[in-house]
Ligand binder design. Sequence first.
Ligand SMILES: Nc1ncnc2c1ncn2[C@@H]1O[C@H](COP(=O)(O)OP(=O)(O)OP(=O)(O)O)[C@@H](O)[C@H]1O
Ligand SMILES: [Mg+2]
Length: 283
Amino acid sequence: MDLIKLTNVSFVYPDSTRALTDINLSIRTGERVAVLGANGAGKSTLFQLFNGLLQPAQGSVSVNGRVVEKSYLKEVRRLVGMVFQDPDDQLFSSTVRQEIAYGLINLGLTGDRMEQAASWALQVAGLEGFENRSPFNLSGGEKKRVALASVLAMQPEVLVLDEPTAALDPIGAAKIIKLLNCINGELGITLVFATHDVDAVPLLADRVYVMDKGEIKLSGSVTEVFARKDVIRAHNLRLPRIAHLAELLEREGQCRFVSLPLTIGQARKALMEQIAKKGINTK
Ligand SMILES: Nc1ncnc2c1ncn2[C@@H]1O[C@H](COP(=O)(O)OP(=O)(O)OP(=O)(O)O)[C@@H](O)[C@H]1O
Ligand SMILES: [Mg+2]
C-alpha cells in the first residue's frame, strides 16, 4: 500500500502564489525517494502537505490509505516525521534532551519509556554528550542532527527531510547520508527527501521525482531519471559530476557506457571493465 499518496493536488498561498499544480505522487513503504528541483520548484510546499501543515486547494493527500483531515492530524504527525529545511524553524527548547523529550511527552510517554526513547534517538543521531547543550549554541550540522533525533525519537513510519545535506561540510554531508541509509536499511523507516544536491541522489534514493514550477516533470528510478539528461538540464538541474565526466569521455570516443555511471563506485566498475577488455584485445 502507498504510505503517502497525493492525487491531483494543487496548492495556492494566501497571497495568490500558485506553488503546486496537479501533483500525483506516491511513496511506498520502505522506499527511499528523492524530490529533486531547483530553488522555488515547490519542494518545501509539497512536503508541508505530507503531514497536514498545509492543506491542498484541490485534490487529496492520504497517509496509510486515509485522507488527511483534522481528526486524523495527530496520528499523521506521528506517522510522518518532518525534518525542516532550516533547523532553526524546528528547534525551540533550552536543552537537546528537552527538545527530544517534547515530542515524546506529546505522544503521552512518561518516565522510563520516555527516557529510553530519548536516549535511543540521541545515540542513533550520534548526539551522546550533547544532552545538556542548548540547541541554539550548536553548529548548523549539529542542529540538523538534533532536529533529526527529535523526529526519530517518535519512531515515525516515514521520515520526510527537506534538504538534509544543505549547508553541511563534505564530511557532515557524507555522515548524514550514511546515517539516513542506516535508518532506512536497519530500522525499515521510509525516506523522502527534497534536494538540489544531485550528487547525493544516487547515494540516498531508489526513486526520484523531478519538480519545476510547482509541477512534477519526470519520475522513475535514479538511473531512468538521470538518463533523461536534456530534461534534467531543461529544469535548471545538472547530472551528478561523475556522470558528466562519463558523458564527456563518451562524447570524445574514449569510453562507452551501457548505462551512465552516477557514483564513483559505478564509474570505477565500468572503467575497470573497459581497461580489462582493452588489455585482452591488445594481447
Ligand atoms: N509563505 C509563502 N507565501 C507565498 N509564496 C510562497 C510562500 N512560501 C513559498 N512560496 C512560493 O512558492 C513557490 C515554491 O516555494 P518552495 O519554498 O516550496 O520551493 P522549494 O522548491 O522548496 O525551493 P528551495 O529549493 O529554494 O527551498 C515559490 O514560488 C515561492 O516563492
Ligand atoms: Mg525548500
